[in-house]
Ligand binder design. Structure first.
Ligand SMILES: [Zn+2]
Length: 72
């Protein structure tokens, strides 16, 4: 599915593709080039800068915490 999100760094609004469900993913802003976290929620979507993302919302941090990925 596609979300329209706003870059947490430069506020540039653009669309990102998400595979579905509530897993957080990384997105790269086409305007400023920064990477950030996009996490779908029940009522929309939340974005975090990498500095602000809690571990449970950081795709890499989740992988480390959960050990082997079961999403592949
Ligand atoms: Zn940006």
């Amino acid at each position: 599915m596609t979300f329209t999100i706003m870059c947490p760094y430069c506020r540039f609004e653009h669309a990102v593709q998400h595979p579905g469900g509530y897993l957080p993913i990384y997105a790269d802003c086409p305007n400023c080039g920064n990477r950030f976290v996009v996490e779908p929620e029940r009522h929309g979507v939340t974005t975090y800068t990498l500095e602000d993302a809690p571990c449970c919302s950081d795709p890499e941090c989740r992988e480390i915490e959960m050990g082997a990925s079961d999403n592949d």
